[in-house]
Ligand binder design. Structure first.
Ligand code: GLC
Length: 820
């Protein structure tokens, strides 16, 4: 019998059965611990080696998780029953069944005949030390602990962090080892962000599996073994969380309950950004801002890359190029533009350089296996690395942010934090350009904490700005991350290239990050490496209208790619795309606020809302903004139309967010006409989306002019709007716009909750799908234009009632556009 004993523990007291907060099961070598941290979440810690160290009652070692939020409440109560060869544990709305003879276990939801197996783990344990994989070095068994879960036929596996390839990762072998890889391709794995969390979709129902191990890991997603999801870790245990659904949105919410929700970004961070590795001086940035303003292009932020530093020394500024940083921040601010500087972890080794000296004095640095300070090369050479896996180092680094906060800076770009290291003074075994497996972080090897390095760095940045600029919302951008990174930063997808394939790739990558609990993400618009073209840049801006983070960025030595570099035609198309973005800000800001409560990402994969629709689940060339606004950008050179998949419902074409076109029945592909200046979008019946007017930069999220685009459905419609000052402390007003059909009347109500100082808002409704309105009560004016009912509303309106001539006929043309 693999498991001979078990005990239920409650408040440190163990008993051989009954109720408690933790069930521990053990045999000759293996230990397994079950707990229920949250409703719908069971945690199963698998410790194949734990018994070896204790003769008596085995304790699981205390674990410090980098992912689980530090303020997690105490766990829920479990009931355990010993059923001869089987152990049954019930709690958190789930049950856990262990076969004591084989060690196989399952997590189920429901009970009796409605019970459903979520996860079935027939095989797990420690790898025999002789069976070493190819990458293994003498001393490193990279597949030390392993777990095999059943992967049912037809199930889709979403998430897993930042990955190339299609949105369903079935058939891929994935490595969890944050890697700076330039250039990456459509087959490259791993990249910069490792999140060992997947949402499994099977027969329209979802559950989640999160393996909280920062150690180097691998997942074979039904590739080598078509019916298994195999996990392997270089660490001594596997810490598995099973999250119940049944909807993918439930899984995401539970994952965020466990690992934390993203904080609310300031509004300006949703505006457009311009960056380039190569802007060297304050004058360069001044010219960029002027370039935008001269051409009436919206801009909210400019980024400064490593060139602003003195000899790549972090927390310094090259005075010749930026004579007065604070004055420049103020000057840019007067034009509505924020300055976002880059910071890398590598600290230059230089006697007398205060950051280096402090780091040495405070023992803040990563060490070699021998115990010396580890020295490598990044932009500064030689460079040393703060150990962001230790709280005291995070604290020290946070204090450094005073330097920027005092200059009026509110956002920061954390780069190279895998950490990237081009070479080592003393070469040792490692993987990719980073620190050696056996480097020391306190008493932990790099192999154990590598993936979590960036979390500590970004936590420090957020804490730093929160401390030194408490009046504004900190905003941090990061390249690398581990599960939980969403609590600290927005992620961008690193060094892509100026190719059509990378434009396409950006959509499943950002959506995959969203499915990994990271709702705020974006890719370098125009492409980082290589020279872009006018058409590619224009199509990229269109695709990026719904990126949560929108920034044009390119590498040193590539062709200039500011929006005006390719002639007026393309500048006009890009301006139109940027204007669309700014007009959509009320909706995007509302989605951002929803992300902070629900973990639903800003750019949503169709799979989130249509998990039972096979075509929707694997569609990753389009995305949703909310439940009802579909965006289908053109992703191919020279193409002027594309196929669009519309899930169930009725969908109206929306041109330029101002005109409605044909209405299509869902559940089919339609052809969208998309000449260069057009970004195909569709609004589903039953949905209302708030938009405003275009502006050159953001100011406040209390929209002075607001319009709702409404596609009335059979029963009415619903929309949401979040408003606040756009920065500063949390709190604001959440308004629901509800249109309800009551016989031959449609009553439209505005329901607000929360507080926001009263302000005069000019509002209009543009409603499609109501063609027989006879009379309107409560509006300042109403008119029909091209079949769209346009209502202007008085200040602080509450209710509008539409009297319809007859039951509105909702049979609408459903034909796809003719292929001309
Ligand atoms: C890295 C970053 C890139 C940046 C460059 C120089 O490659 O990913 O965005 O421009 O370093 O700092």
């Amino acid at each position: 019998m693999r498991f001979s004993s078990f005990a239920v523990e409650s408040g440190g007291v163990a008993a051989a059965g009954g109720q408690g907060s933790e069930v521990r099961v053990w045999g000759e070598s293996d230990v397994l611990v079950v707990s229920a941290p949250l409703p719908g979440v069971l945690r199963v810690r698998l410790l194949p080696e734990a018994r070896a160290n204790s003769l008596g009652f085995p304790r699981a070692p205390v674990k410090q998780s980098f992912a689980v939020r530090p303020d997690l409440p105490a766990g829920l109560t479990l009931n355990a029953a010993d059923l001869e060869d089987e152990l049954l544990v019930i709690g958190a709305g789930l049950s856990f069944r262990l076969d004591r003879v084989s060690g196989a276990w399952q997590v189920l939801t429901g009970s009796g005949s409605s019970a459903r197996v979520l996860v079935s783990a027939p095989v797990w344990g420690g790898e025999a030390p002789t069976q070493r994989p190819a990458l293994d070095a003498e001393r490193f068994n990279l597949r030390r602990s392993r777990l095999s879960l059943d992967a049912p036929e037809g199930a889709a596996f979403l998430g897993f962090g930042e990955r190339v390839g299609p949105i369903d990762k079935r058939g891929m072998h994935l490595t969890f080892w944050n890697t700076d890889c330039f250039p990456h391709h459509t087959e490259t794995d791993p990249l910069y962000v490792s999140v060992p969390f997947t949402t499994v979709l099977h027969e329209g129902r979802a559950h989640g599996v999160f393996v909280d191990e920062p150690w180097r890991m691998e997942a074979d997603v039904a590739r080598a073994h078509p019916h298994e999801l195999r996990w392997a870790s270089a660490g001594p245990e596997l810490d598995v969380y099973v999250l119940s659904g049944p909807r993918p949105a439930d899984v995401l919410r539970r994952y965020a309950d466990l690992t934390g929700y993203a904080p609310m970004p300031p509004l300006w961070a949703l505006g457009a950004g311009q960056s380039r590795w190569g802007y060297r001086t304050a004058q360069d940035l001044r010219d960029v801002i002027q370039g935008y303003r001269d051409r009436n292009l919206p801009l909210d932020s400019v980024y400064v890359d490593i060139d602003y530093m003195d000899a790549y020394k972090v927390w310094t500024v090259q005075r010749a190029n930026f004579p007065d940083l604070r004055a420049f921040v103020r000057e840019a601010g007067a034009q509505g533009v924020k300055l976002v500087p880059i910071i890398d972890p590598g600290v230059k080794v230089e006697a007398g350089y205060d950051v280096y000296e402090e780091a040495v004095r405070g023992d803040h640095l990563v060490r070699t296996a021998r115990g010396d300070v580890l020295v490598g090369e990044v932009w500064p050479d030689p460079a040393v690395f703060p150990d962001f896996t230790r709280p005291e180092v995070v604290n020290w680094w946070a204090g450094r942010h005073k330097f920027f906060a005092d200059a009026g800076i509110q956002g920061q770009w954390n780069d190279m934090n895998e950490p990237a290291c081009f070479s080592l003074r003393e070469p040792r075994e490692t993987e990719g350009k980073t620190l050696p497996y056996d480097a020391r972080h306190g008493n932990r090897p790099h192999l154990e904490v590598h993936n979590a390095y960036a979390n500590g760095m970004s936590e420090a940045s957020r804490a730093g700005y929160a401390k030194f600029s408490p009046q504004v919302r900190p905003w941090i951008l990061t390249r690398a991350g581990y599960a939980g990174i969403q609590r600290h930063a927005t992620v961008w997808t690193g060094d892509n290239t100026a190719t059509w394939s990378h434009l396409s790739l950006s959509l499943p990558m950002i959506q995959g990050l969203g499915l990994s609990g990271i709702p705020f993400a974006g890719a370098d618009v125009g492409g980082f490496g290589g020279d872009t073209t006018g058409e590619l840049l224009a199509r990229w801006y269109q695709a990026a209208v719904g990126y949560a983070f929108l920034r044009n960025h390119s590498a040193l030595g590539t062709a200039d790619q500011e929006p005006w570099r390719f002639g007026d035609t393309f500048t006009d198309v890009i301006r139109a795309a940027l204007n669309l973005r700014y007009r959509l800000l009320p909706h995007l800001y509302t989605l951002a606020q929803a992300a902070t409560r629900t973990a639903l990402p800003v750019m949503r994969p169709l799979a989130l809302h249509w998990p039972a629709d096979e075509d929707a689940v694997r569609e990753d060339t389009q995305y949703l903004l909310g439940e009802g606004l579909m965006v289908a950008p053109v992703l191919r050179a020279g193409h002027r139309r594309r196929l669009v998949y519309l899930p169930a419902g009725r969908w109206a074409e929306v041109f330029n967010l101002s005109e409605f076109g044909a209405v299509h029945a869902g559940g089919q592909h339609v052809v969208a006409n998309a000449p260069l200046h057009t970004l195909p979008m569709y609004l589903r019946a039953g949905e209302a989306v708030p938009v405003t007017e275009a502006a050159l930069h953001t100011t406040s999220a209390r929209w002075e002019r607001l319009s709702w685009l409404v596609h009335a459905g059979r029963d009415g419609f619903i929309g949401q709007l979040f408003e606040d000052a756009g920065d500063g402390p949390a709190g604001g007003r959440l308004t629901r716009l509800v249109g309800e059909r009551q016989g031959t009347r449609l009553v439209i109500r505005r329901e607000a909750e929360g507080d926001a100082p009263a302000f005069e808002q000019r509002e209009a409704l543009h409603i499609l799908g109501l063609s027989h309105v006879r009379e309107v009560q409560g509006a300042a004016s109403f008119a029909y234009e091209d079949g769209v009912l346009r209502l202007t509303l008085p200040a602080r309106w509450q209710t509008v009632t539409l009297n319809l001539d007859e039951e509105d006929d909702d049979t609408v043309p459903t034909d796809a556009l003719p292929i001309d």
